[in-house]
Design a binder for this molecule. Structure first.
Ligand code: 4FV
Length: 256
């Protein structure tokens, strides 16, 4: 199970606040997981201690120099070396299944690129795998590393109020989540589905499963066709054949 996350980044400050906030912050403060940053600039030599340089072959922008980055990666991966993961647009797309696998490792070593990217020889020599959070270009790997860290840490036992909820997450069952509601039961003339006020928890569970199925088929047919069916699905779709779509607004005088 995951104990430590080492991040190789030119912006350790980027994580200073991140590692104190929310579920990730609490998991770190409770010692459930450690987050340490390794800055290539600390391994840069020469008067300017530069960590980037112009690209061979010309073109815009700068590239991260190999040596300072390699030394920071070697410091972060330890001995025997842990698996080194880089966040890049070339990486495999992160999903809930890969998050669950990453959360099962003892240690994560996450390399964050900046500028146009990392000298490819460092990736060839020291990076074991690449992950992407999506087909768009960030100005740095740090936001992607934060996404991965947030998704992994909430998988750890005891991080989410009660362990059951990590397994109930969207995507954990391959479906989108059912809609959520809280007080008041009428907000701006919009009601909460009656079933949720019924106290009949089995019926509520069936309704939620039905909504997750309906909503996934409508919004993510790719997920819907790939999602493992559950024995109850036929029955819940007969009981709740329609997706709960917002009903008409309450007449004026009923509003909050
Ligand atoms: C990225 C992504 C990403 C590319 C150049 C950092 C940037 C810069 N990382 N998923 N999409 N990285 O855009 O993970 O160095």
């Amino acid at each position: 199970m995951l104990k430590s996350i080492h991040v190789v980044t030119l912006f350790p400050d980027w994580f200073e606040h991140f590692k104190t906030l929310g579920l990730t912050g609490r998991a770190i403060s409770e010692g459930k997981v450690e987050l340490r940053c390794f800055d290539p600039r600390e391994h840069a030599s020469g008067v300017h201690r530069s960590v980037d340089d112009r690209p061979y072959g010309g073109g815009p922008g700068m590239v991260m120099r190999p040596e300072p980055l390699a030394l920071a990666i070697e410091a972060a991966r330890g001995d025997p070396p842990a698996v080194v993961s880089a966040l890049t647009p070339q990486g495999r797309r992160i999903d809930q299944q890969s998050i669950a696998r990453l959360a099962a490792r003892e240690q994560l070593v996450l390399v964050c690129g900046r500028y146009e990217g990392i000298d490819q020889r460092v990736i060839d020599a020291l990076v074991d795998e690449e992950w992407s959070i999506g087909d768009y270009v960030l100005s740095g790997g740090e936001p992607a590393a934060a996404v991965l860290i947030d998704a992994v840490v909430r998988q750890l036992p005891g991080v989410l109020g009660h362990d059951q909820s990590a397994g109930e997450d969207s995507f954990a069952a391959g479906l989108l989540d059912h809609p959520h509601y809280t007080r008041p039961d009428c907000w701006r003339r919009r009601a909460v589905p009656e079933v949720l006020l019924s106290g009949d928890h089995d019926r509520i569970a069936r309704w939620r499963r039905a909504q997750a199925l309906h909503r996934t088929r409508r919004l993510r047919p790719d997920l819907h066709s790939a999602a493992p069916a559950e024995p109850m699905d036929q029955a819940v779709l007969e009981e709740f054949p329609e997706e709960f779509l917002p009903p008409a607004l309450y007449p004026e005088d009923k509003s909050e």
